[in-house]
Design a binder for this molecule. Sequence first.
Ligand code: HEM
Length: 251
Amino acid sequence: MASYLRSWLLPQSPNVPAPAIVKSSSSVSPSPPGAYLSDDDNDDTETIRGDSPEHDDAPPAFPSMSNVQRLSSAPSPSTITPIPRILTDSERMPPPPSPGLVNARRPGLTPPSASNRNTLGVPSSGNLLSLPPTSSKPPKVSRKVALAPGHGPLDWANLKKSGTNLRGVNSLMRITPSMLKQHNKREDAWSAFHGKVYNITPYLPYHPGGEKELMRVAGRDGTRLFSLTHAWVNVDYMLDECLVGFLVNEP
Ligand code: HEM
């Protein structure tokens, strides 16, 4: 009786098989004697060693181990794999920056300072978020003049359609530079544009740039000055009813 109790209170000696470790072929399958003693050569013995996950639900050995036996066979704390801890919000990776701070975090770009921000907090310059300058030129000052009442663009269009003879001649002519030069008075002003000669006298009070400007080309070729001022204006359409002829070279 005493030896029986001692065998349960003391750890098992190495030559006595531990009752909890089932290695006996009789408990599993009828293997030939000695087959379960082989460590590596037999696959069947591998499946019943207890280190396989499939063996976790094996029934406890009988008789069960004492406290001393359990302590001696328990794994040391250093061999226990720690269970991963769930991170709190503050320990997780920070969220991506908001769009307004993207440039401030880019290397090589200076973050927008308070000095180059307007009252709305929008960077005014030196930042990709700022609007590009639309033009480096100063704003163009209009040189248009105030036309007399009844002398607007629509009034000119109506005059052209009225059938009034705006040419001052009965037929189209071949006009040399010397002939053109004789028509340089306000009441009789001709000017050449793109090889065509027009009577500009009826148009003088309708010219948005003023009579004075238009009279600069009276009696001569005004193509260059016209193109420098407003190349986009369709003079052929504007003065089609004022055509008097075509510019030709001197004979
Ligand atoms: C007979 C031919 C010409 C016609 C049909 C004509 C027509 C016009 C028109 C339609 C405009 C208004 C343009 C706009 O609204 O943007 C204009 C403006 C003007 N034109 Fe003429 N033009 C003629 C000849 C000339 C010539 C020869 C000069 C210069 C010597 C001249 C000087 C000007 C100027 C300074 C303005 C004002 C431009 C501005 O600041 O907006 N034009 N002209």
